[in-house]
Design a protein around this ligand. Structure first.
Ligand code: GLY
Length: 283
């Protein structure tokens, strides 16, 4: 079993991504791809085995793979995307995660995006946001509690997802931006506020006792390091124009990387055959 970081290539349509709390700014997709490659390198340097799924040209947001699912040790929960343009993303992830875990899925009228969820120990904090509703939260509770998890809802009044405004810094500390998420909801853990001049700085990625963060949050980095946390930085400025955070570009779990790669190879063979048949038919 390896620590897998499952990522997905950037869609050429990234510039048409969903935006909720941000104005649209031109996105240089080639630059975003270089930053995504550096992000994957950082995950490898932190000890993850990176497995990358192919992009879908019809899904502008498909690189944000975290939003499609929550992978627990015991079960993978396939989310229900709030935006129609993102709904097809879960099909591939169901197929891939089905090689790793038993699956459960959130059903309408429930919506739940993985970007609204993070764990601290056996506690699952889940954001009540523009993307995740109470039906989705109750379904997650019904799936997770029999496995020994406690599910705590957190209001997210000021940003896209819970993980936009909060993240697990260590097993004891949640880093957050108190203007964007309800700090009082984090029962049983210490909360640490980011520097208010860096509102996007609360999204950090914890892996093997290291913390990955964006390189444009030096004041928050000082706050984190003053607590003895080792940090590493990466530039995702182009991806941030798509309302991205670090965590939303990977799903981290212990699993079988070879089984995932075989499933991905099978998809690519099927896609190649389909495009070959289409080309033959139109010749
Ligand atoms: N662009 C990420 C999202 O809005 O889902």
């Amino acid at each position: 079993m390896a620590t897998i970081a499952l990522t997905r290539q950037i869609s050429p349509a990234l510039a048409e991504c969903q935006l909720t709390y941000m104005d649209r700014d031109a996105i240089d997709v080639a630059r975003a791809e270089r930053q995504h490659a550096a992000y994957e390198d950082a995950l490898r340097a932190m000890g993850a085995e990176v497995v990358t799924a192919p992009f879908d040209p019809t899904c502008p947001d498909c690189v944000f793979v975290e939003d499609t699912a929550l992978v627990l040790d015991e079960i993978a929960v396939i989310g229900a995307m709030r935006r129609a343009s993102r709904a097809p993303e879960t099909k591939l992830l169901s197929h891939l995660l089905g090689t790793q875990r038993e699956l459960a899925s959130i059903q309408a009228p429930g919506t739940l995006e993985g970007g609204d969820v993070f764990l601290v120990g056996r506690t699952i904090f889940v954001g009540r946001s523009t993307r995740t509703n109470d039906h989705g939260i109750e379904q997650l509770r019904a799936i997770a509690e029999p496995h020994g998890y406690e599910v705590i809802a957190v209001d997210v009044p000021g940003c896209l997802h819970l993980t936009t405004g909060a993240s697990r810094l260590t097993e004891e500390i949640v880093l957050l931006h108190p203007e964007w998420v309800d700090a009082d909801a984090f029962i049983g853990v210490e909360t640490l506020a980011i520097d208010p001049a860096e509102p996007w700085g609360a999204n950090t990625l914890r892996l093997n006792d290291q913390t990955l963060m964006g390189d444009c949050f030096p004041r928050t980095r000082d706050i984190i390091e003053s607590r003895g946390v080792t940090t590493r930085t990466v530039d995702i400025s182009e991806l941030m124009k798509a309302e991205a955070g670090l965590t939303c570009m990977s799903l981290l779990f212990d699993g079988d990387a070879n089984a995932l790669r075989q499933a991905i190879a099978g998809i690519q063979i099927t896609a190649d055959r389909t495009s070959h048949r289409r080309a033959s038919a139109s010749a």
